[in-house]
Design a protein around this ligand. Structure first.
Ligand code: PEP
Ligand code: MG
Length: 579
């Protein structure tokens, strides 16, 4: 049997299933004798104190193991336990109704959960789970029923749970848990983010796995594909055991490259950076050896909520990335790139016939100066703390670039007038996603500090093939000579003006593309964090001067398959590193 969920953390886990029963201890109401009410209230307070001490310990351990950022959630939980409206009310209930501590706590928790879950704001709705989590901890102290123990197992299990709270995840014993699977959650839920940092293979969003799978079933969990195989046959098991061994060997090898420079065998250094979608991803980028961030897709800060993020919220997000990575690390922040396949319901844009050719990204920002300026102010303010670079998406004309720069100048003047600090030498660049921009790259290069080639869009516009339409996906050809020639034009135009050229589309992390891009002289490669180390291993083995010849030949070929074949023949390391 195979179950399909959401890939949360890559790697393979093989072992017996252990189903973690949901701890929904429903407690009975008990009347307390008047003389014992004080003692009952004290019992509740003591349980709260113990829960806080436990959380303090988990917070410290998590900060040491995974970094301060992951520990923040436990600081929040401690604050929840200090909240008068919460524990104060429960103690009050013990006294006024002369009821047992467990019942009073359960009642007050449920009332708060009901209030939070009925709110419109998603952020507030999520707060309900904080109350549930901390209340469960206090209840388990009161009742003495602690979490199901994994210590009885002699081999590591694959843990199945309806959901794992952040504290469950942070305290998982790596020697007892080979991987975990949950019914709910997405790629960006807390437990998924932590699993990636802790390198525990995980699949989430399996819906009813805890009911389908039974304790002791033999499990293969494939965290990269997001699948679970239940009681596989011997042949499948042996195939996966080999894949697991290969994966783990490669992971170990990769780790040796975490601190190494991204330098070719003949001494050319390039920059290997990561693409991120929210501040939390910065830690994953750092843990995977990225030298910084080459693309922060800020639109994700605007999505999944019902109003625009404020200047303060954005300032906090951008500063967090700088803090996580260090002030010297480059962080390229792309301004809002909404539209196309990324919708923002509260912006109330009319439906369009061709959203990818429509009102999107910089086109909206130039029109909605209010939104644009709020974001620019936040980015500028954060630039005072580190090596932030600003980048505009979807520029098609010189006029758009100039208009964006004009608004930037206005915003800088406002900050000057208000005496607010920012980095006056912040680099300002643009993405090359539109063929028109690639063709006039020589003109644009004079007015920017850098280019970053967005091949995801550049390919769809060059080939006139919608990146979301499966029917034309055969035309999504990053290796097509037409695309490669545009890439060469962009890199050459940047270099001619003494500027640098990077790439942040998916192509930058493609092992087959890297030798060609190096040969064309690309300076910066920005990719998903998990691609950074394989890319560095490859780059360390390559000789750039030899690749110039390879790139020239590639540009003259007729089909993208020929180009890929050429790379595989000339650079065997590419296929060795592909899993
Ligand atoms: C791109 O178009 O290549 C790019 C990096 O931007 P996005 O994928 O966010 O459109
Ligand atoms: Mg794009």
């Amino acid at each position: 049997m195979q179950l399909k969920g959401i890939a949360a953390a890559s790697g393979y886990a093989i072992g017996p299933a252990f189903i973690m029963q949901e701890q929904t201890t429903v407690v009975e109401r008990k009347q307390i004798a008047a003389a014992d009410v004080d003692a009952e209230a004290t019992r509740l307070q003591q349980a709260v104190n113990q829960a806080m001490a436990e959380l303090e310990q988990i917070k410290e351990d998590t900060a040491a193991k995974l970094g301060e950022h992951h520990a923040e959630i436990f600081a929040t939980h401690i604050l929840v336990l200090q909240d008068e409206e919460f524990i104060g009310q429960a103690i009050e209930k013990v006294r006024s109704e002369a009821v047992n501590a467990e019942f009073a706590l359960q009642e007050v928790t449920q009332q708060l959960i009901d209030i939070f879950t009925s709110m419109d704001n998603e952020y507030m709705r999520e707060r309900a789970s904080d109350f549930r989590d901390v209340s469960q901890r206090v209840l388990s102290v009161l009742t003495g029923k602690r979490n199901a123990s994994l210590s009885d197992f002699h081999e590591a299990v694959v843990l199945f749970a309806h959901d794992l709270t952040p504290s469950d995840t942070a305290t998982l014993d790596r020697s007892k848990v080979a991987g975990f699977a949950t019914n709910i959650g997405g790629r960006t839920s807390h437990s998924a983010i932590m699993a990636r940092s802790m390198e525990i293979p995980a699949v989430v969003g399996l819906q009813s796995a805890t009911e389908t799978v039974k304790d002791g079933d033999m499990i293969i969990l494939d965290g990269a594909k997001g699948i679970i195989l239940v009681n596989p046959d011997a042949e499948t098991l042996s195939t996966y055991e080999q894949m697991k061994a290969k994966f783990e060997k490669r992971q170990e090898e990769m780790k040796l490259y975490k601190e190494k420079p991204s330098i070719t065998a003949d001494g050319h250094e390039v920059e290997l950076v990561a693409n991120i979608g929210n501040p939390q991803d910065a830690l994953g980028a750092r843990n995977n050896g990225a030298e910084g961030v080459g693309l922060f897709r800020t639109e994700f800060l605007y999505m999944g909520r019902d109003s625009f993020p404020t200047e303060e919220e954005q300032y906090h997000s951008y500063s967090t990335v700088v803090e996580t990575l260090g002030a010297d690390k480059p962080v390229v922040i792309r301004t809002l790139d909404i539209g196309g396949d990324k919708e923002l319901p509260y912006l109330e844009l009319p439906k369009e016939m061709n959203p990818f050719l429509g009102y999107r990204a910089i086109r909206i920002c130039l029109d909605r100066k209010d939104l644009f300026k709020t974001q620019l102010r936040a980015i500028l303010r954060a630039s005072a703390h580190g090596n932030i670079k600003l980048m505009y998406p979807m520029i098609s004309t010189l006029a758009e670039l100039r208009a964006a720069n004009e608004i930037l100048k206005e915003t800088q003047a406002e900050l000057d007038a208000e005496g607010i600090a920012y980095n006056k030498n912040m680099e300002v660049g643009m993405m090359i996603e539109v063929p028109a921009a690639a063709i006039i790259a020589d003109q644009l290069a004079k007015e920017v500090d850098f280019f970053s080639i967005g091949t995801n869009d550049l390919v769809q516009y060059t080939m006139a093939a919608d990146r979301m339409n499966e029917k034309v996906s055969h035309l999504t050809q990053p290796f097509n000579p037409a695309v490669l020639r545009l890439i060469r034009m962009v890199i050459d135009a940047a270099h001619k003006e003494g500027k640098w050229a990077g790439m942040c589309g998916e192509m930058a992390g493609n092992l087959t593309a890297i030798p060609v891009l190096l040969g064309l002289g690309l300076d910066e490669f920005s990719m998903s964090a998990s691609s950074v180390l394989p890319a560095r291993v490859l780059i360390n083995r390559l000789n750039r001067d030899e690749l110039k010849q390879l790139a020239e030949e590639a540009l003259m070929m007729e089909h993208e398959e020929d180009i890929q074949r050429l790379v595989h023949e000339r650079v065997p390391a590419v296929q060795e590193l592909m899993l």
